[in-house]
Design a protein around this ligand. Structure first.
Ligand SMILES: Cc1ncc(COP(=O)(O)O)c(C=O)c1O
Length: 415
């Protein structure tokens, strides 16, 4: 019996995450080196600290520890997040904060709370796939805005908004990842951040600012001050801010949060009640202790150096192996290198050759809502070891040469 006919229209239209699909391909073959997932390196986790904290927390035998908790989040963790915000110059009252099960849930709750089917959501070209999926699941109409080297193209943004409005379309919000964007690694300039906030106020459009990578700037390429959030300059609630501890503590804690006006935060809380009742209580307490013990703060310089070094290893390997065939903007922080292939080669053509050589990446078009992105590959340098990065890029080089050779002899290419 086929159960397809029972599906809701929304479920029938749901698409799998291309990144997770690539991960599944890599998982089938132990010999494949994967530049696909944006996972933190496991040797960057504070294993010993978490063991001590878990022991300590369990030893207390607190009756509530393994219970359900408030949907809003564990109140002492919310207090700690306020302190964390102060360091980021963000002022948020308790009723403006909602702890979420990963920022991915935050994106889902934002979608459930703000999007009616057909509402327009503006996204950068390219943009984070997980956000695209969440907005699409809520049946948003996605419209792309071009990016420049210093972030979103403000002229394209203005032109697109006015064009949409002239056609009577309702634009709900703009989604941006200003710090070391997934997938491009780009850092939006401070001037553009200020201009975006002014644009939101002038045009009465909300901004959804997603910031999981802001603390991971590379000391040789960016300063902390350059990662200042748009939210930090927003006294009136035009910005919905999301952040996560997945990339700095560990994704397994699934602990992230949203800052929004009290009205929106309350509605998201209602949506969350129907989704998972609450974020894991045990996880939140481990995270709280990790913050209180200074694990987060004290490890950040080490993490920045850890990922900066991996970026250097990947860039050196790329220059040595395929410097003539790819170009990329130097990542100034985060997990990703966004490489474009010299024509006529494109990423979907290269991918089977790469898999055959035992290396994988995410093809650019996974991040474009307009089917663009053919020349691009997202290479995540965060998870593999230095040796794996070198070997993976060597394999990528071999794949590029094979693909180029086959394109050169292919009759289709000759015409
Ligand atoms: C831009 C962006 N937003 C959100 C997420 C989801 O993170 P979390 O682990 O907090 O759900 C990711 C994860 O890769 C991301 O890159």
């Amino acid at each position: 019996m086929s159960h397809e006919r029972f599906l809701s229209r929304a479920a029938a239209a749901m698409q799998p995450s291309p990144i997770r699909q690539m991960g599944a391909v890599a998982a089938q073959r132990a010999d494949v080196i994967s530049f696909a997932p944006g996972y933190p390196g496991p040797d960057a986790f504070a294993w010993e600290a978490y063991r001590t904290i878990a022991d300590r927390v369990l030893a207390r035998r607190d009756r509530d520890l393994l219970q359900y908790g408030p949907t809003r989040g564990y109140p002492p963790l919310i207090d700690a997040l306020q302190t964390l915000h102060a360091a980021r110059d963000i002022t948020a009252e308790r009723d403006e904060i909602l702890v979420t099960t990963g920022s991915q849930q935050g994106l889902d709750l934002v979608s459930r709370t703000l999007i009616d089917p057909g509402d327009v959501v503006l996204v950068e070209l390219p943009s984070y796939t997980g956000a695209i999926l969440a907005f699409r699941n809520a049946q948003a109409a996605l419209v792309g805005i071009r990016q420049e080297a210093d972030g979103i193209d403000l002229t394209d943004l203005d032109r697109t908004l006015h064009d949409l409005r002239s056609k009577g379309r309702r634009v709900k919000f703009l989604y941006v990842v200003p710090n070391f964007q997934n997938p491009t690694g780009l850092l939006m300039s401070l001037a553009k951040r200020r201009a975006l906030l002014a644009w939101a106020m002038r045009e009465q459009v909300l901004i959804v600012e997603d910031d999981p990578y802001g603390a991971l700037y590379f000391d040789d390429a960016a300063k902390a001050s350059e990662t200042r959030s748009i939210k930090a300059d927003d006294p009136d609630g035009w910005v919905i801010y999301l952040s996560s501890l997945s990339k700095t503590l560990a994704p397994a804690f699934r602990t992230a949060w949203v800052v929004a006006s009290p009205t929106l935060a309350m509605r998201m809380e209602l949506a969350k009640q129907a989704t998972d009742l609450c974020t894991g209580n045990f996880d939140q307490r481990l995270v709280l202790e990790a913050i209180r013990d200074g694990v987060l703060e004290s490890r950040l310089p080490t993490l920045r150096e850890y990922y900066r070094t991996k970026r250097v290893v990947m860039e050196e390997a790329l220059r040595a192996e395929i410097g003539d065939a790819v170009r990329w903007p130097a990542p100034r922080g985060g997990f990703f290198l966004w490489a474009s292939l010299a024509p006529p080669l494109d990423a979907p053509t290269l991918l089977p050759f790469a898999l055959n050589q035992g290396v994988t990446f995410v093809v650019g078009h996974a991040f474009f809502i307009d089917h663009g992105g053919g020349p691009f590959m997202r290479l995540a340098f965060s998870l593999p070891t230095h040796d794996q990065i070198r070997e993976g890029v060597r394999r990528l080089g071999a794949a590029v040469r094979e693909a180029q050779a086959s394109a050169a002899v292919s009759p289709a290419r000759e015409t």
